[in-house]
Design a protein. Structure first.
Length: 166
């Protein structure tokens, strides 16, 4: 198998734009190994071992290879609620999902800041795996803070609202 400089660059570009983490290719006069950890930007290992003209290109291409490999960005950090008052109760997400304040786009929200809610009253919806889960109030309370924007992904245990129990 023959592999020229242009073929090598195309191959590296294809691998860089994919989620392949390890790749190995051997020819009669060369061996190409690419190993990368998509979550550690400092660890991208590329080895070109050859007995032909690729040996001279290896040093020149090493920097090009490292510059061309695209890495996954850091995962989005979930919103963290600011510290609350000690007289307020936090309503947390019972699951991972998407937070919705209303039953459908354009409809009135279930609650607003200042709303009084009763036990069993729906306060929001969490969508998880295409299922709409109504979250109900566990106590009579007044909504003091709504900490999550409509349509925002939430984590298990993330504070959604703060209420003052009545």
């Amino acid at each position: 198998m023959k592999l020229d400089h242009e073929d090598l660059n195309r191959l590296i570009e294809k691998i860089s734009s994919s989620d392949i983490q390890e790749f190995s290719l051997e020819g009669e006069d060369f061996k190409l190994e690419i190993k990368r950890n998509l979550f550690d930007q400092n660890q991208v290992v590329n080895n070109l071992v050859s007995n032909s003209s690729f040996e001279k290109q290896t040093i020149a291409n090493q920097k090009s290879i490292n510059d061309n490999i695209s890495l996954v960005t850091e995962p989005e950090v979930p919103q963290v609620a600011p510290p609350g008052r000690s007289d307020l109760t936090e309503i947390t997400s019972p699951m991972v999902g998407t937070f919705y304040r209303a039953a459908a786009p354009g409809e009135e929200p279930f609650v607003e800041v200042g709303s009084n809610v009763k036990v069993g009253q729906t306060i929001c919806i969490l969508e998880a795996m295409k299922l709409m889960n109504e979250i109900e109030s566990e106590f009579n309370a007044e909504i003091v803070e709504i900490l999550v924007e409509n349509g925002t992904p939430v984590e298990f245990g993330q504070v959604l609202m703060r209420v003052k129990q009545s």
